[in-house]
Design a protein. Structure first.
Length: 327
């Protein structure tokens, strides 16, 4: 996914303002909240890590491959165990002279509830490791442990939790396909699944809020505030980062990340306020830590993943969903 820098000074001021507002809201909420507020469900990070390993074990989930079909079936069956309903949204896309068959994987919890939250991640793998230094490796697909599988694993573990501890609002999970198919610089052929879903929304009701999780597993992750999320959903960003900085300050950072092209954008264009949680420093391999420069390479493997990072992202989403999902 390409990365575009945004103006830093104005973004810092905007972030400070929304986080200050969030802190004030939290104080007011705590004053109103009874002391016997039920405890949050526990996010099982070990289970989420195993789900990443299982996805990677199929092979690269490149559209048109056997691994893609096998992983699709695995993810659909997993969601069918937990959700009120789970189904495929299939579509075709003409890309680079061939017709791809793609599938968004959809699941709903508390289908009858009129207030909806959308949680989204992409499940496909990039067909070419074009950030490799060795030209021969650039023709090989990316394993996608962090870039794809980590976000999916977080949402699958949340789905398991929803099945035993129903959230206070309706939740729809959308695992989109074809996010990473485009060649470098060709924005038209990225985000294929989310663009299709935004035009042909697969659930009966549009959500009040939505969150995309991408690149959320690295053991040294930092999640700054993405510019387009802040512009489209300032209340949501303020709440998520207030929770994140309170519970997991080692991962959640109020610094600005600029604007990132990712699956939240087609939904924002549809009018749905969306936030992106992403380890932005990985995009473009801009990390000062050599180990972390594996974006769009063959080194995107489970060895880079930290269970504590998965627990942080999952717990922040649980705290938000179960305690203050709506304004």
């Amino acid at each position: 996914m390409p990365f575009f820098a945004a103006g830093r000074r104005s973004l810092h001021i905007a972030i400070a303002a929304v986080l200050l507002h969030a802190c004030a809201q939290r104080v007011q909420q705590e004053q109103r909240t009874p002391a016997d507020t039920p405890s949050l469900p526990s996010f099982d990070a070990e289970r989420a890590y195993r789900l990443i390993e299982q996805q990677v074990a199929f092979g690269a989930r490149v559209p048109g491959s056997r691994a893609h079909l096998e992983c699709r079936d695995f993810l659909l069956e997993a969601l069918k165990q937990y959700a009120d309903t789970a189904f495929l949204q299939g579509f075709e896309q003409r890309v680079y002279g061939q017709t791809l068959r793609l599938w968004n994987i959809c699941a709903s919890f508390r289908r009858e509830h009129p207030e909806r939250i959308l949680l989204c991640a992409h499940w496909d793998s990039r067909p070419y490791a074009d950030e490799e230094e060795d030209p021969a490796l650039r023709r090989l697909p990316v394993p996608g442990a962090n870039d794809g599988a980590s976000g999916v694993a977080v949402l699958l573990e949340l789905a398991r939790i929803f099945s035993t501890s129903p959230p206070p609002v309706g939740v729809d999970i959308l695992l989109v396909d074809g996010e990473d198919y485009g060649r470098a610089g060709d924005l038209e052929h990225f985000l294929l699944g989310s663009r299709y879903a935004a035009r042909n929304y697969p659930f009966p009701r549009l959500p009040r809020w939505g969150v995309v999780v991408d690149l959320v597993g690295d053991r040294q992750a930092r999640f700054p505030v993405e510019a387009q999320s802040l512009q489209a959903a300032p209340q949501l960003v303020a709440r998520l980062w207030e929770i994140g900085q309170r519970l997991f300050p080692q991962y959640f950072d109020s610094a600005p990340a600029g604007a990132i092209i990712d699956d939240h954008l087609p939904f924002i264009e549809r009018g749905i306020p969306m936030a992106l949680i992403i380890d932005a420093e990985l995009v473009g391999n801009r990390s000062p830590i050599a180990r972390r420069r594996y974006w769009h390479t063959r080194r995107d493997l489970p060895d880079n993943i930290g269970q504590e990072t998965l627990r942080a992202v999952g717990t922040v989403l649980l705290e938000w969903l179960y305690r203050s999902p709506l304004p």
